[in-house]
Write a protein that binds this ligand. Structure first.
Ligand code: ADP
Length: 225
């Protein structure tokens, strides 16, 4: 029975994606058409933000059903870290314009990995950093090489996470009490991130202080400096 449920979720999310892609494309055209009209442009931007959130939720649902039926596949190839980071930061502009993302250091090493999946991890870190720091206006990103590892950190100045919750964050569907108050979500993003990083022989590290903020890090082996 569960398998049918997972296959249904997989099929349904896949079908939902097609009309959403059309809506997104037309909204992007509208954004251009309204370039010189403030009110129209603002409304369109809000609609685009909503569509991006919806798209991410649908993709996460699709991924989680794929993991359950053992179908999440990876296209491993040599990839440059700076490109992944720049793409994610660029993508975030559509998600929200309330925070500035400050890149402190941008190490550019070659990794062996799936660029789409690694961008997904970084998108998740960045969008959470924004989502869970509603009163802040910046997020800091730092990518540096240490020995044979690339360490990418995303630091926010937000609500923080209760200490006892930290170890549970990567569990499927887990949401800490702090998060539920601030924003809606399914509690899937970090679970997927952890799965993706494990597949890349990497690690996910979390440090956080209540009302001060959180730092999410991933550590990945460098393929070539
Ligand atoms: P979602 O954001 O949809 O709940 P995630 O798996 O991405 O799912 O995150 C799981 C939980 O981890 C969140 O519900 C929240 O409680 C906590 N969390 C994640 N990132 C942050 C952050 N930057 N600051 C505070 N809490 C966070």
């Amino acid at each position: 029975m569960n398998r049918y449920k997972d296959e249904f979720v997989s099929l349904a999310s896949h079908e939902l994606r097609t009309p959403l892609t059309t809506v997104k494309a037309y909204l992007q055209l509208l954004e251009r058409a309204y370039a010189n009209e403030e009110v129209g442009l603002n409304f369109t931007k809000k609609a685009i933000e909503g569509v991006y959130r919806l798209e991410r939720l649908i993709n996460d649902l699709l991924d989680i059903s794929k993991i359950k039926i053992g179908q999440l596949d990876y296209n491993m190839a040599p990839i440059k870290s700076a490109e992944i980071i720049k793409n994610s930061v660029e993508n975030l502009k559509y998600y929200s314009d309330t925070h500035e993302i400050i890149i402190k250091e941008l190490a550019d090493v070659t990794l062996m990995g799936d660029s789409v999946r690694l961008e997904q991890v970084l998108n998740n870190f960045l969008s959470n950093a924004i989502k869970y720091s509603p009163d802040a206006n910046r997020v800091e990103l730092d990518a540096r090489q240490e020995g044979n590892n690339l360490i990418v950190s995303v630091q926010d100045f937000g609500i923080g996470i209760p200490e006892e919750s930290i170890e549970h964050l990567v569990e499927r569907y887990y949401r800490a009490d702090n998060g539920a108050e601030v924003s809606s979500g399914l509690g899937i993003g970090l679970y997927l991130s952890q799965q993706i990083l494990t597949e890349h022989k990497g690690k996910l590290l979390i440090e956080s202080h209540i009302n001060q903020g959180s730092t999410f890090q991933f550590v990945l082996p460098v393929y070539k400096s």
